[in-house]
Structure formats: C-alpha cells, structure tokens
Design a protein around this ligand. Structure first.
Ligand SMILES: [Zn+2]
Length: 129
C-alpha cells in the first residue's frame, strides 16, 4: 500500500506526478486549488452550504446592476461609462461566464472589483466623491 505523501498516515487513493494523497488530503488539495482560481460568489455559497469551512481568497465583485442600484442609475449607463473609459480590464475586475436571464445561453459579463466600482462611481457622479 502507498501511504499519503502529505499526512504520511492514511492510504493513498489519488496520485499526481509527484504526490500520492489519501482521501482527506485529496479533497484538501483540490479545494486549495479551486480557491486559488477565485471562485465565484455562487460557487463559494454552494461550498459553504455543503458544509465546507475553508479559507478562500476571493475579491468582492459587483455586477453592473449592483453598481447601478447603488448609484441610482441604469445598468446600461454603468456599462456605457465603463466601455467609454476602458474600465473593463483586469485592473478593474474580471470577465465571468454567467447564465443569461431568459435563456440557457451562457454570456460573458464583466464583474467589477472595488477599484472598478469606485472608478465608475467617480465618473458618473463627478469628482466630488
Ligand atoms: Zn493524507
């Protein structure tokens, strides 16, 4: 029997090129890898609901609708402002695949980070923020 190369205790059930993991360590490693991919808020909620208590490094993100509600403008205005000022880039957020509201199609939408949100707010409200 091969012993887990991580905890050195249990029997290994999965193998990578360099390591052999027992069942518990396999899950730990898999979740660590997943968390490094910046899980979406939905995925995190699903994991938490399923009873996982894991530290996840994630950045709070906002959709155009979230920001629009906060600013009291339309989501279209947020999107237009973002496009006009080249906000939809890595510095201000990330593209994610979302389920379209009225169909089974997956659409790519931009999710703004805190800096993106602040920048949009400044552009829409003026510089007095
Ligand atoms: Zn182990």
């Amino acid at each position: 029997m091969t012993t887990c190369s991580r905890c050195q205790k249990a029997r290994a059930v999965s193998y990578t090129t360099f390591e052999a993991y027992c069942e518990t360590c396999s899950l730990d490693v898999a979740l660590t890898l997943l968390s490094a991919c910046r899980l979406s808020d939905k995925a995190i909620a699903a994991l938490v609901t399923a009873g996982w208590d894991i530290p996840i490094t994630t950045v709070r993100h906002y959709t155009a609708t979230d920001i629009a509600l906060e600013l009291g403008v339309s989501a279209q205005k947020v999107g237009k402002t973002a496009n006009a000022h080249g906000i939809k880039c890595e510095k201000y957020g990330e593209w994610r695949l979302d389920q379209a509201a009225n169909s089974r199609k997956q659409i790519e939408t931009f999710h703004y980070n805190d800096q993106g949100k602040r920048t949009i707010a400044k552009l829409i409200r003026g510089n007095d923020q």
